[in-house]
Design a protein around this ligand. Structure first.
Ligand code: MN
Length: 738
């Protein structure tokens, strides 16, 4: 083995000394000795090994330990684990060596970190799942992992170009939401900026250039804006730091994308931040509101734009008071008011709570969150990728707070519906749910909840879970419960359907051969006999013209043969067809119209309808997500996961229908609305959900929500509507929500 040169050894010792300087006064001698021991051990273990940049490897664990200590604020055990985090993975030492030298706790953390290392692929998804199962035991594993990733991102330059993009993508996909959920704002922003820089270097450079260009004017305006505030605060004896923060280039870029605006149209690049050195004798809340009143005495606040996260902190612990005021230049400016303690929580999240010893509420909330994740994990039906989707949903979703009729507050992911809430409270309540009363108003199961809603779930003994509920559930918990309940239901339907087949076949004098069953399955365009039974049991299909389907004559000849050969065969003992469509990258995935088929789902971003050109994304071995071929979301996904794309084709859809949104425009004419409704109601294949017509200064506009089976029906309808005199334009709107 090649040992390091004297200069390299010197470099290592210098970097270690720098690190030690940062932490020395925070820990007692015993802890410093443990940290020293860990460094010496790791240094010897990584001796002679270099990173891609050419630096000695040990520089990396030292840097990670520094982030763990300084930016996250964790204790000695975490620092020791950070120093050792790559030893088991990259050197000859084993976990048992670590345990012997540093104890069980450190060994467990290092083990967790070792399992989480490497590239993020499907196997990693499983590993992550395992790790998250024990997350509640030790959230430090994730925190150190985030520090590890931050340092890797800071030193990404030495990697090959395609590796850079991949690692940057992975960081945005997983580490950013994790950091967000744990409240590590500073780290989250840095990870975002670094990922942005490597994924979209041109846009990154351009936005930073523009930000730099504005700097002088901006500083002038900031000083002009804060001067009177500073004076008034001093007059009232407030000890405050008044600064400003810039939106990161990543969030500027995101906003430009989302809203389709240019750099110059983003008005909230700048925010003023007032950080109060709180006086101990007055409550922090009181002081923040006093400062708010000083600010709004000087500048007029925008109505409805005071956000109070002090009385109701965000789920990740964030507390602050935000107000938007009219500045002297006639532009809206956001002002954020908080105490030093709140500011530290805003920057360091989870770890800061320990420092201020007010962790009880926060821990309770973190526990609720972990509970929800554990629920997802314990559901045997969730596969790794689906889990990741749900998990990310739970990470990113800004949460809302809603209330039970008794006034208990419950945190739910944003966009949760009535059915999500029902399952959140109790499985039975979900299974029997028929709707709800919100603030005394009746709403359907699919109704999207708003923060502050008080919800009374309405139930009926006759209600059973419906598969279509999956379309409007947001929480992983509700989805798992519906799927589980539906399995039970499904077995009942299958049994009922099987008896129906027996009865009908007996009447028709036809034997239950696999050949006959295949005819039925083929006739209804299904996959297997299980589907045939369940569709029958649910009443979606019927066997009225059984003779026709079987082409009776030929089959009758077989009766005798069957009676002799299979006469004693027991019920249901027919050879099994493939129950799930085998997915083959080379062949198109066939989309069939079956009610109990959950092997594919239609993407909500583009709402494809049968007949349209579509593309499938394989999210696991047996689940395919169907997008429109031109879907923008899909485009984003393609760049990362091109290997999981499969072609897909529709069979003819006749029974199920899909909510479709249509916009009409034209000149207001007497009776035009009437003509439209007549045409729609005459189309016997189309049901209406809602119609909305508007006329303004002679211009007529309409919006229709209709249930459509396939593109043929849709195009027919659009053609007919276009023929109405006065109608100028008829278009389908993909997005159902805006
Ligand atoms: Mn590492």
């Amino acid at each position: 083995m090649q040992h390091f040169t004297k200069a390299e050894i010197r470099h290592i010792e210098d970097r270690y000394e720098d690190f030690l300087k940062e932490i020395r006064n925070k820990f007692d001698d015993e802890r410093i000795a443990r940290i020293e021991k860990a460094f010496r051990f790791a240094n010897a273990a990584h001796d002679g090994i270099k990173r891609k940049s050419g630096e000695p490897y040990i520089i990396h664990p030292i840097a990670v330990a520094k982030i763990v200590a300084k930016d996250i604020g964790l204790g000695a055990t975490s620092i020791v684990s950070a120093l050792l985090h790559d030893v088991v993975e990259d050197t000859e030492y084993r976990l048992s060596d670590i345990e012997n030298m540093f104890g069980k706790k450190v060994a467990t953390i290092v083990d967790g970190l070792t399992k989480l290392s490497g590239d993020f692929d499907s196997k990693q998804a499983l590993t992550l799942r395992k790790i998250l199962m024990t997350l509640s035991d030790d959230v430090r594993v994730i925190l150190i992992k985030i520090a590890d990733r931050l340092h890797n991102m800071r030193t990404l330059d030495s990697m090959l170009p395609h590796k850079k993009v991949k690692i940057a993508g992975e960081t945005l996909f997983l580490y950013v939401p994790l950091a967000h959920r744990l409240g590590l704002y500073a780290i989250k922003s840095e990870l975002e900026e670094l990922s942005f820089k490597y994924k979209h270097p041109e846009e990154y450079n351009q936005i930073n250039y523009l930000l730099h260009n504005q700097e002088e004017t901006r500083n002038y305006l900031v000083n002009k804006f804060i001067k009177p505030i500073k004076e008034k605060l001093a007059e009232h004896n407030f000890d405050c730091e008044v600064t400003h923060r810039l939106k990161t280039s990543y969030s500027i870029w995101q906003k430009m994308q989302k809203k389709g605006v240019t750099f110059n149209e983003i008005y909230d690049i700048l925010a003023i931040r007032i950080i109060i050195k709180a006086k101990p004798e007055i409550s922090e809340k009181r002081q923040c509101f006093d400062v708010l009143s000083i600010v709004t005495d000087i500048y007029k606040p925008k109505p409805d734009r005071i956000r109070d996260w002090i009385n109701l902190p965000k789920v990740n612990g964030y507390e602050s008071l935000h107000v938007t005021v009219m500045g002297p230049e006639g532009k809206w400016v956001e002002v954020q008011i908080r105490t030093e303690r709140m500011d530290e929580i805003a920057n360091r999240g989870f770890a800061a709570h320990y420092r201020y010893k007010d962790i009880s509420t926060y821990e309770k909330e973190l526990e609720t969150w972990l509970e929800r994740i554990r629920d997802v994990l314990q559901n045997p039906d969730t596969d790794a990728f689906e889990f990741l989707d749900d998990f990310k949903l739970n990470l990113y979703g800004t949460e809302i707070n809603v209330f039970t009729p008794k006034g208990d507050m419950i945190s739910m992911p944003q966009n949760s519906t009535v059915i999500d809430f029902a399952y959140e409270i109790h499985t039975d309540l979900g299974n029997k749910c028929i709707g709800a009363k919100i603030n005394l108003r009746l709403v359907p199961i699919s109704h999207v909840l708003q923060s502050g809603d008080q919800i009374e779930i309405l139930t009926s003994e006759n209600q059973t879970p419906k598969l279509e509920w999956l379309k409007f559930t947001t929480s992983a918990k509700a989805r798992g419960k519906i799927k589980a309940a539906f399995k039970l239901e499904k077995n009942r339907h299958i049994e009922k359907g099987r008896l129906m087949v027996e009865e009908v076949m007996k009447k028709a004098n036809a034997p239950i051969t696999s050949n006959n069953l295949k005819k039925l399955i083929g006739h209804f365009n299904l996959n297997n006999k299980e589907q045939l039974y369940s569709e029958l049991g649910m009443g979606f299909i019927d066997l009225k013209n059984i003779d026709e389907i079987l082409g009776k004559k030929s089959e009758n000849k077989l009766v005798k043969y069957w009676n002799i050969t299979f006469g004693n065969r027991k019920k249901g003992e027919i050879e099994n067809d493939d129950s799930v469509q085998k997915i083959d990258n080379k062949k198109p995935f066939i989309l069939k119209e079956t009610q109990d088929n959950i092997s594919y789902s239609l993407a909500k971003c583009c709402n494809p309808i049968p007949g349209e050109k579509v593309i499938g994304v394989l999210s696991s071995d047996d689940h395919v997500n169907i997008h429109k071929a031109g879907c923008k979301e899909l485009g984003k996904y393609l760049s990362n996961h091109g290997d999981r794309i499969i072609t897909a084709e529709w069979t003819k859809f006749k029974r199920q229908s899909y909510l479709t949104r249509i916009k009409l425009e034209g000149f207001d004419k007497l009776g035009i609305a009437n003509q439209i409704t007549t045409i729609i109601s005459k189309e016997n294949n189309i049901n209406m959900r809602s119609l909305h017509f508007d006329a303004h200064e002679g211009i007529f506009s309409g919006e229709l929500f209709l249930y459509i089976h396939n593109t043929d029906d849709l195009h027919n309808l659009i053609e007919r509507l276009k023929k109405i005199k006065g109608i100028d334009n008829v278009t389908r709107v993909e997005n159902l929500n805006e």
